[in-house]
Design a protein around this ligand. Structure first.
Ligand SMILES: Cc1cc2nc3c(=O)[nH]c(=O)nc-3n(C[C@H](O)[C@H](O)[C@H](O)COP(=O)(O)O)c2cc1C
Length: 131
């Protein structure tokens, strides 16, 4: 028998990513699971508005999306538990930049994407960044 759960997003599990942005000239990383495919070259991210990272994405119009390996689970969790408002997360990784110059990416991660911000959708509590 099926149980009705009401209005609920059940699109789980999601892959966990580390999203990097330059905030006031310093790299900051946020753990992000709500990342989706828009088309073959574009992604979306639902980022709560109070996070530290949002300002950097809006300021530079760029962000990095890095996919951590299993061995990085601890540091990935850490980036999702502490805010760049209080803690410097710029030294946690070997950070590098690509062609966009302001999208921080992580050398330890097997896959990195540098993204240009195409559009921001203004949800009540989230910035939906499309890059
Ligand atoms: C596994 C995991 C997944 C997360 N996914 C999201 C997400 O998709 N969207 C979001 O707004 N916050 C998400 N968070 C919460 C942020 O990563 C967390 O609040 C972080 O400390 C914000 O960092 P910042 O203030 O430096 O930007 C997640 C946290 C964890 C641990």
């Amino acid at each position: 028998m099926k149980e009705e759960l009401g209005i609920k997003n059940c699109l789980y599990p999601m892959p966990v990513t580390l999203v990097g942005a330059e905030v006031a000239g310093k790299a900051n990383f946020i753990t992000m699971a709500h990342v989706g495919i828009m088309d073959l070259n574009s992604i979306s991210m639902g980022m709560a508005k109070f996070h530290h990272t949002n300002g950097g994405i809006k300021e530079n119009g760029t962000f990095g999306v890095s996919i951590p390996s299993v061995g990085m689970v601890q540091v990935t969790d850490y980036c999702g538990l502490v805010s760049g408002k209080k803690v410097d997360k710029s030294k946690l990784f070997d950070v590098f930049y690509g062609k966009l110059k302001t999208a921080p990416m992580i050398r330890e991660c097997p896959i990195n994407m540098e993204c240009r911000l195409i559009q921001t959708v203004d949800f009540p509590k989230h910035d939906v960044f499309i890059g």
